[in-house]
Ligand binder design. Structure first.
Ligand SMILES: O=P(O)(O)OC[C@H]1O[C@@H](O)[C@H](O)[C@@H](O)[C@@H]1O
Length: 332
């Protein structure tokens, strides 16, 4: 059982002498979110609405994600900021028979997920971090075709039996989010998946993005033109909305990392597992102006979306099969 957020903290996090201190996991008083804190001070908050990570802080309390001051956290809208989960469609797909009736970015981010439980470094014995004795906490969330919190738009327009497990794993220097989308029905379905991460930066004009050299991308601010990333690292100097498909290095299983640097100093490394695309998005002035839930209006200077996903093609998930993908953001 998780503890209530307002319950006084025990004087020490390690109740068993000899065992390393454990992470604490609490529910907010209004049951809207789960808060996890490592004994080393890092923390993460996940809103059940959308299983949206809305805060990730390092040990000094420094926030790593951007969240709009006007973000709706009451379940009335997808959250503007943090890490919304995009499923089963990225954007809208008016010509795709299975998802054409769904709203932009699907229904995962507008459904209320269930908290399935936590595991800490003690129980997550196969976790790399625990092997090196680093504290770690993993929070699991679930959403299925039978969930009471499923956005009604899913029942109306996506008649498949599915089960999603979304896991958020916090280590002292990284955050991993992973998804397993299982087809529980008798019919196959096609889906897209994306983790819409809003990274916090100090000044977007000082940011450089590395790791996408020679990658093809669809430029959504240039009528979907297909281009190649020639200049690397590259900077953001206006509205940017690109869907990259970085080439995999021959003989290398892992997808290449994308690094975000600021003022010449590497800040975040984003690695992907089975997610072959990276969307890079910044709305800049006019688009930010046009979004009612985007505040402050110059907040685009403080954020950069680097969004690992499987969105360039449809992922066919046969009956009984599952699609799995993950991202890890490491603090550099
Ligand atoms: O406003 P939304 O639905 O959260 O989408 C924000 C942005 O999300 C990005 O992933 C898309 O590439 C953009 O085209 C879109 O504008």
């Amino acid at each position: 059982m998780v503890e209530r957020a307002n319950k006084p903290k025990p004087p020490t996090l390690s109740s068993t002498p000899g065992l390393p201190p454990q992470a604490t996991v609490t529910f907010s008083e209004d049951n809207s979110r789960v808060v996890a804190e490592l004994p080393t001070g890092e923390s993460v908050q996940v809103l059940l609405h959308g299983a949206t990570v809305i805060s990730w802080k390092d040990a000094s309390g420094d926030e790593k994600l951007w969240l709009s001051d006007a973000a709706k956290l009451d379940g009335s809208k997808a959250v503007r900021g943090g890490i919304p989960v995009v499923f089963p469609v990225f954007g809208t797909a008016p010509t795709h028979p299975q998802t054409k009736g769904l709203p932009q970015h699907g229904f995962a981010r507008t459904s209320r997920w269930e908290f399935l439980g936590k595991s800490t470094s003690e129980s997550a014995a196969d976790d790399k971090a625990s092997a090196s004795n680093e504290p770690t906490v993993k929070l699991d969330f679930g959403l299925s075709s039978g969930s009471p919190g499923l956005d009604p738009v899913a029942r109306a327009h996506w008649p498949f039996r599915f089960n999603l497990i979304y896991s958020v794993t916090l280590n002292p220097s990284s955050l991993t989010t992973s998804i397993v989308a299982t087809n529980d029905g008798a019919e196959s379905f096609e889906c897209q998946v994306l983790m819409h991460t809003y990274l916090r930066v100090n000044d977007i004009t000082k940011v450089e993005i590395q790791g996408l050299s020679n990658a093809f991308y669809t430029d959504k601010v240039d009528a979907g033109a297909v281009k190649t990333q020639t200049s690397t690292p590259f900077t953001i100097a206006g509205e940017t909305d690109r869907v990259y498909t970085p080439a995999k290095e021959e003989g290398v299983e892992e997808e290449a990392a994308v690094t975000v640097a600021e003022q010449g100093r590497p800040k975040y490394r984003v690695t992907r597992d089975n997610l072959s695309n990276v969307v890079v998005w910044n709305p800049w002035t006019d688009k930010a102006q046009g979004m009612a839930d985007f505040e402050p209006k110059d907040g685009f200077r403080k954020m950069l979306c680097v969004e690992p996903g499987a969105v360039g093609a449809w992922q066919a998930v046969e009956a009984g099969d599952a699609f799995e993908g993950a991202q890890t953001i490491t603090l550099l």
